[in-house]
Design a protein. Structure first.
Length: 415
């Protein structure tokens, strides 16, 4: 009986022990699970934060590419293929994002002058001779064939165990505007240098052109009181008057240039008969031409009224006629105009003078430019003609054959 009691008590204790052991084990397992869950939660939160950073990085990355108008590309050095990952360049109608092509095909769309240098630079970085690539080159559009300037950068993105490049990463951007600015700066610098040279030549010419008639005026004036013969006095007075007119003409040219540059040239539009005006100017130049030169007119109509600034047109005609008389030793000078067309009329002066070389015909209207430095003149007359013609809403030009003569023309609105 006692043995059964002891056995019953022992079984209950063992059962209690097992129950407590199970409970304690369950609590420990629960604690371990809670710890593992907390740890996994931290890992998950960390990964989520990293994912957010990656997303943010990608957004910033794309934003920078868009802002800089860049294209990102990769080159596989083994297959020599090019893959464009992103392309935010302006006005590019060729590659699209994720497009792939061979390096050889891509190089075919580069300008021939740049292709050799570009191919060498890429080969050098692919063979490990250099670590980076930076070139400017001209592309041809895949569709239109239009050329545009590109600046490209590249570096090694991946290497094999021996350090040889496996993949390149690069970026490209269009630089048309920058090239245009560079060309404009070079052109502006060249114009400034040319202007400086021409101004120096102008000052030298002006010094000579002003002093020549001025010396004549001073010289003839100083001897005039001692001359008693009337014919000789009349001759000296004529020479003084002639040189005074030359000096006045030079000063007028300079004043007219100044008026145009400062915007103080005022136009006074009026109607007059062009035939009469051309006849008057042709008659006026007859006293200045060489003995073997004839002056005539050729009009498209018996009477032609036009509405323009009379003073400006007369000044243009006088400069043209003065040059024709100066450079024509024999033959003829003809003043005329063509039939009006679409509200405009072309007036021309044709001579049989020495003519102008073809390579200089576009420069004769430049300020201070002279075809022949040994012929008197300040190099301002034709420049003034061009400026006055523009003020009238017209244009000027010349056709010339060296040794045969020239035809200077001005085309203006007739009303």
């Amino acid at each position: 009986m006692l043995q059964q009691l002891y056995y019953s008590i022992g079984r209950e204790q063992i059962l209690d022990i097992l129950i407590w052991a199970f409970l304690i084990g369950g609590l420990l397992a629960l604690a371990v699970m809670l710890y593992w869950q907390v740890k996994q939660s931290k890992v998950l939160n960390f990964e989520l934060s990293q994912l957010e950073k990656v997303k943010k990085h990608n957004v910033e990355y794309d934003f920078i590419l868009k802002a800089m108008h860049l294209a990102v590309w990769h080159v596989d050095t083994q297959s020599e293929s090019v893959t464009y990952e992103k392309d935010f360049r302006e006005k590019v109608d060729g590659f699209t994002p994720a497009s792939e092509t061979s390096l050889k095909d891509m190089l075919a769309y580069f300008d021939e002058e740049d292709r050799q240098n570009l191919s060498k630079a890429l080969n050098d970085i692919m063979e490990g001779k250099t670590d980076s690539f930076h070139e400017t080159y001209r592309n041809s559009s895949w569709y239109s064939g239009d050329k545009y300037w590109t600046e490209g950068f590249a570096t090694v993105a991946e290497r094999d165990a021996e350090g040889r490049p496996l993949k390149l990463v690069g970026a490209s951007m269009r630089i048309d505007k920058r090239k245009e600015m560079e060309e404009a700066l070079v052109e502006a610098r060249n114009r400034a240098e040319e202007s400086d040279r021409l101004k120096s030549a102008f000052l030298a010419n002006m010094s000579h052109e002003i002093r020549t008639p001025l010396n004549a005026i001073i010289g003839f004036t100083s001897v005039l009181p001692d001359v008693e013969d009337n014919d000789e006095r009349k001759m000296l007075l004529n020479l003084i008057h002639e040189n005074t007119q030359k000096l006045l003409h030079i000063v007028d040219d300079v004043v007219n240039i100044s008026k145009v540059e400062t915007g103080k040239l005022e136009l006074v539009m009026m109607s007059f008969d062009l035939n009469n005006e051309l006849t008057v100017q042709a008659d006026a130049v007859t006293k200045d031409v060489k003995p073997d030169v004839t002056v005539s007119t050729s009009f498209a109509n018996e009477s032609q009224y036009i509405m323009t600034d009379h003073k400006c047109l007369v000044e243009i005609l006088q400069h043209y006629l003065s040059n024709a008389a100066k450079f024509t030793d024999a033959g003829s000078i003809v003043v005329g105009y063509d039939q009006p067309n679409e509200g405009r009329i072309r007036i021309w002066i044709k001579d049989t003078g020495k003519g102008i070389p073809e390579n200089l015909q576009q420069r004769v209207f430049e300020r201070f430019f002279k075809v022949d430095e040994f012929v008197p003149g300040a190099g301002l007359g034709l420049s003034i003609c061009q400026t006055l013609a523009y003020s009238l809403g017209g244009k000027v030009g010349v056709q010339s054959v060296l040794g045969e003569g020239s035809t200077f023309w001005v085309e203006i609105p007739i009303q």
